[in-house]
Ligand binder design. Sequence first.
Ligand SMILES: Cc1ncc(COP(=O)(O)O)c(C=O)c1O
Length: 372
Amino acid sequence: MPSVNEQPIPAARPVIGEEEIEAAVRVLRSGRVVQGPEVAAFEESFADLVEGRHCVAVNSGTSALHLLLMALNIGPGDEVIVPSFSFAASANAIRLVGADAVFVDIDPDTFCVDPAAVEAAITPRTVAVMPVHLYGHPAAMDQITAIADKHKLAVVEDACQAHAAALNGTPVGAFGAGGTFSFYPTKNMHSLEGGMITVGDAEIARTLRLLRNQGMEQRYANEIVGANMRMTDVAAAVGRVQLAKLNGWTEQRIANAAYLSEHISAPNVVTPVVAEGARHIYHQYTVRVLGDRDAAMAKLTEAGIGNAVYYPTPIHRLKPYWEPDQKAGRHWDLPETEKAAAEVVSLPVHPSLSRDDLERIVTAVNALGEGL
Ligand SMILES: Cc1ncc(COP(=O)(O)O)c(C=O)c1O
């Protein structure tokens, strides 16, 4: 048990501070609350994070994925290759446009999609690949884009967990046909709820702007069938405040992760691996526990250390995927995915951790010792 004066350390600590509150109130008082000047300003600032790409703000990361697939004309009869070791939203977007998710395995070091598995999964129906920059580690985009170019596939980056991650100096969200970000409260920056699509092509950006707003640029002059996935100006104003702090928060996450990796020495705990050239921004600091994970998590919780499993069930084993795939005779062989789902635990790494918090996390993890 943590001692009486030791508060439990939460796994995540979303910030809604005075600046965020003031920004939200300012917008509410202005009366311009939906897709107005704050949204435009948020999009413009976010472009700095993705080498000046066109940015289109929407109401969630899931909407961002969904609309990007729609804008790329992906639909029934198409296959999209995606790792099963991700949040269900990645595959849900594929199914929401009527396409089939083809699940592939991960690289056991980075937890991101294995490029060789992507290439092996390509069929005549494949139209796109969706790498997920899981936990904030960039996927092997150099290899994935080379494979995609060779086979004329679109690359849709799920960067929902990876704001400001990069590979060899190129930021995520600037590699593929498009990238998507989430601003859910637990993400490295948030807008209460929200999402951003980043694309290189101006025409696709225009289509996305139409799709998020009932197909309209001019009011009541609908050009295509669209949805309502607009971002509010309240969300955008909060997002702008957070975006201005993202750099500092990211540096702090990276420093926190470095401290944990340097000091965690339990022989049955494997600390995160960072691929060469990768800027891992530690949305999650995820270790593998070799042994009884449930027991380890219970001990951490008892010591007041927040912890969580992302994700205990790979997407291909979730009911809405498992049942139709079984019926269709599609069986996925994903040993590294299954192993990761059984071993991973994420520890607190958020920027508000103090040195004392970090020491407590290390002490608790090292106390797990052998023989779990
Ligand atoms: C990998 C991944 N993809 C997509 C999403 C969807 O984002 P949102 O929750 O904003 O819809 C998330 C966020 O939870 C995510 O972690």
